[in-house]
Design a binder for this molecule. Sequence first.
Ligand code: AMP
Length: 215
Amino acid sequence: MRLILLGAPGAGKGTVAKLLTEFDGSVQISTGDILRSAVKEGTALGKKAKDYMDRGDLVPDSLIMEIMEARLQEPDCQKGFILDGFPRTIPQAEDLAKLLAKLNIKLDFVANLDVPRDVILDRLTTRRTCSNPTCQAIYNIKSNPPKEDGTCTLCDHQTIQRDDETEEAITNRLETYNLKTAPLIGFYGKIGMLKTFLSLSSKDTVADIKKALKA
Ligand code: AMP
């Protein structure tokens, strides 16, 4: 499958993407995960991105396009990919369209995960992420806690609240989403590529997306 997952921070794009990869070997490409690993490793990219990320601002489009141009040409993308958190702005979507045309890749569709704002806020403030960069499992202290408090069930590393999940950063991320990313709904709607899924449970959303892929 070749999909874009669109949705506000906390809409469940990461969880849905991970579940979809189990379906046909398509890879999840999360620009957020790529950037967080770069920050952890202290690479040049990480140094450029860190301050934007901590504030809940978007990293400049040029940096993101550099990452994605290279990533989409890696061999593991040949089976398919699920873009999680990219594109995030109209210029990124326009550049992605050019890049896909150049690489002769056609998308199945853009899945817009629609989640009510109160659900999003609750999810973001109760979310915990595994601190191991190669695991990054996501938990929720209310609905999906790790077996042992504060410890990842999969790899035993500590689970943490991300720097960009403080209340101030969350408010900023949601404002940034409304301003810069929500216009992509109209962008992809106009060219007939958008399918919107009311997304309250990741498992149901994955089933709905699979059905839409078969249709
Ligand atoms: P995420 O995990 O997708 O919420 O991403 C975490 C942070 O990484 C965002 O708040 C941005 O600072 C940055 N980021 C991730 N993807 C993008 C993107 N496509 N464009 C710009 N910034 C991004």
